[in-house]
Design a protein around this ligand. Sequence first.
Ligand SMILES: [Zn+2]
Length: 104
Amino acid sequence: MNEKTDKQIKDEFTLRRMRQRISYFIYLFLILVIFLIRGNSNLAWAFIGVYVIYSLMYLVYFHWNWRCPSCNNHLDGFFNKKSGVNPFFHSKIVHCPYCEKLLR
Ligand SMILES: [Zn+2]
């Protein structure tokens, strides 16, 4: 088995966190678009459809992407205060809660 170096783990974690943030900003952007076009009901409903589909894709993506690069365990939910695992605003995670590898 090919062990990753500490630098590879950190680089991959940074990449995963960036991808997670980008997908989250797209999510917020869709909400903003729906808000801005709410006067045009046909268009707004179309975007609500896009939003629902994107939300489902986002959940799948979150489950797939937000993992430890070393042990591949999922790094838990949005509001896990205990381990500080949050891909968005309070990303205080330093160690993987499962394998204790330094992530950044
Ligand atoms: Zn791990």
